[in-house]
Design a protein around this ligand. Sequence first.
Ligand SMILES: [Zn+2]
Ligand SMILES: [Zn+2]
Length: 244
Amino acid sequence: MTLRLRIQTAVSLVYPARCLNCGGLVESDFGLCSACWRDTDFISGLVCDSCGVPVPGEDDGQHVECDECLSTPRDWSRGRAALAYGGQGRRLVLALKHGDRTDLARPVSAWMARAAAPLLADEPLLVPVPLHWSRLLRRRYNQSALLAQALAARTGCEWCPDALMRTVQTPMLEGRTRQERVTLLEHAIRPHQRMGYRVAGRHVVLIDDVLTSGATLSACTRACYAAGATKVSVVVLARVVTAL
Ligand SMILES: [Zn+2]
Ligand SMILES: [Zn+2]
């Protein structure tokens, strides 16, 4: 046994790998135990090219969109999600967002990298959805920025944490209609005065934790185009799936 292997073995005896979700013991690092794995809805197979939601049918390379994206076309060009928002997927998102589980960003970025692979081929610039500074002060971190940073480290893509800024603190969007959300977010997200130039001429991939109505990501998309981005895509950890 080499020294390196011996040290690794010693480390894993002292710090055995734990399930990200329930803390139970797992075989490999940065994974889920088999019970949590079964209750986590990883998105695979045929997906809507605009929002990443699973759609019925075989993946034969055709461009497909879900009913929601067909009836309300997205401002961005393509979108992908790693998980459906429910069960353990929802628990993980909430733990990352409100539970100080910043350690989750690195392992879940592997799932995002897999889902987002078709969107990352042309070396895009990863840009997180911004938080208003007052919310950032309260929460101490922006979960979307942690995800963008981890995805950048994993894929080698560039990222820019402050290309966009939230100039108005928008109230919570939960429980509001899509139109109300769009109105509330109008002008709330802008290119950063000093850093916004970095999106000019680039394919920008916006990173967020959850895609619900898409109103926030739409506002970010418009801000990126206003700052000269040539293309905007979105990648999220979890997609709220209302009906399949
Ligand atoms: Zn578990
Ligand atoms: Zn869709």
